[in-house]
Design a protein around this ligand. Structure first.
Ligand SMILES: [Zn+2]
Length: 124
């Protein structure tokens, strides 16, 4: 009663699902922490004049840094959503660019990876 041609094994899919869920928990925690940071940075008073107040400029820089980390974390959540969809339609683990399988080690390190290491390097 084996089903040949079903692609990746059930165990492998389950392992990927667990990895994605764990990564999502981490990332959601990071988003929440960064949001708190950003809110407290925005609440800091005396920053009305960023251009002439050196302290204000530093605060503006810190805020911009926190914001960009927050954007990155949100983008990762989008990647995780997309990876879960690929897991459900059976295309997870294949490079979106060249169609070749993504190395197991890469998926372990970056469960939401869309491309194989070769394509990822070529882009840069
Ligand atoms: Zn590729």
């Amino acid at each position: 009663m084996s089903e040949p041609g079903r692609g990746r094994g059930e165990a492998e899919v389950n392992a990927a699902r667990r990895r994605l869920a764990a990564r999502r928990r981490d990332t959601e925690r990071r988003v929440a922490a960064l949001r708190r940071d950003l809110n407290s940075q925005l609440e800091t008073p005396g920053t009305g004049d960023d251009e002439h107040d050196p302290e204000g400029a530093t605060l503006a820089f810190e805020r911009a840094q926190t914001q960009s980390l927050l954007d990155q974390a949100r983008a990762e959540l989008d990647d995780l959503d997309a990876a879960e969809k690929r897991l459900n339609d059976g295309t997870y683990g294949s490079c979106l660019r060249c169609g070749r399988p993504i190395a197991r080690e890469r998926l372990a390190a970056r469960p939401a990876a869309r491309t194989c290491i070769r394509c990822a390097n070529r882009r840069r």
